[in-house]
Design a protein around this ligand. Structure first.
Ligand SMILES: [Zn+2]
Length: 65
């Protein structure tokens, strides 16, 4: 099973304790949104306004618009 979402992209270190749980928690917290940067419809946590691809392009910085 691979772990991937629009909040963080590819999840690493899933063997670490609590990581799978955290992943599912993030999924539960995520809602459908339009990314403020690229305009794609994505599933994001409420406090995020841009997707992981855009955050990567910004070198990890996420604006809080
Ligand atoms: Zn985006």
């Amino acid at each position: 099973m691979s772990y991937h979402d629009d909040n963080f992209g590819e999840w690493q270190d899933m063997h670490e304790e609590g990581m799978v749980e955290f992943y599912h928690q993030v999924q539960r917290e995520s809602v459908e949104k339009v990314c403020k940067q690229c305009g794609e419809t994505v599933r994001l946590r409420r406090q995020y306004v841009i997707c992981n691809d855009c955050a990567d392009m910004n070198e990890g910085s996420r604006p809080q618009w």
